[in-house]
Design a protein around this ligand. Structure first.
Ligand code: G3P
Ligand code: MG
Length: 255
């Protein structure tokens, strides 16, 4: 296996459990995901935590911006995402990054930590992510892949922890993708599914990068991307894709 396994749960298991929560990570694991993709931000007072949006409204019962809220306030919010899931996941909390890393180790789940800073906090969010991994990730396990849409975040990781694997994350691969990914020392490339072609997927692989495609929720499409060379499929619904993507005990896929 390379840096990333085949089946990666997006924000945990976003289709079936509150995203970017410990329950979501457990759901992805139970569904057969081999890794999870999670979004890392900072509270106002510098605590690294999981949250996708800059605002609190969609996934918590809070209001306002993450960048304006201290960790003590954020800890008091319900992250069970009641608008989507009702009271099924009542009392779910926003997790801090050390708690997340401890759970991943306990479950033996690999990870892709997407550094998703609130605007203006690119360097400090990347530095906090690196610090948490250094403090809480056992040296004998393969490290999480740290990805970001923000070049400044990847540059910071490269400067602070050059040995940590980095993922070049984009909606769409532009003309400079290979030069940029190479300059940032990335080992994986993470394009969005919508603008990607099988030909480009082949180019990425031929250039020596691992390829992780997001967000793929259709079984047939996921199998097609695997045949086009994708190493990893990032999906909201790992349970749906598990049978088609996971390698059986005989060492072949069922697809
Ligand atoms: O890391 C892949 C994907 O999560 C990037 O987009 O907005 O879902 O974080 P987003
Ligand atoms: Mg993400």
């Amino acid at each position: 296996m390379g840096w990333l396994p085949t089946l990666i749960g997006h924000r945990g298991s976003a289709a079936t459990a509150p995203e970017n929560t410990l329950t979501g990570i457990r759901a992805a694991h139970a569904a057969g995901a081999e890794a999870v993709e999670l979004d890392v931000k900072l509270s106002r007072d510098g605590v690294a935590l999981l949250m996708h949006d800059d605002g609190l409204e969609r996934t918590t019962n809070g209001v306002g911006r993450v960048v304006d809220a201290d960790w003590a306030t954020l800890q008091g919010l319900d992250a069970g995402y009641a608008k989507r899931f009702g009271d099924q996941f009542a009392d779910e909390r926003i997790p801090d990054l050390p708690s997340v890393l401890a759970l991943l180790v306990e479950l033996n789940l690999a990870a892709n930590l997407e550094i998703k800073p609130c605007p203006g906090r690119e360097r400090e969010t990347a530095a906090a992510t690196v610090a948490a991994v250094a403090a809480h990730w056992p040296a004998h396990l393969a490290p999480p892949v740290l990805s970001s849409f923000q070049r400044e975040c990847l540059e910071t990781v490269q400067a602070l922890a050059p040995a940590l694997p980095r993922g070049y994350l984009v909606e769409q691969l532009g003309p400079a993708w290979q030069a940029e990914a190479t300059a940032l020392g990335c080992v994986t490339v993470h394009p969005g599914r919508q603008a990607l072609t099988a030909e480009l997927a082949g180019v990425v692989r031929a250039a020596g990068f691992e390829l992780a495609i997001w967000t793929v929720n259709d079984i047939d499409e996921a199998v097609r991307w695997r045949r086009s060379g994708a190493n990893a499929i990032i999906t909201d619904d790992p349970q749906r894709l598990a049978q088609a993507l996971l390698v059986t005990a005989e060492g072949r896929t069922d697809a």
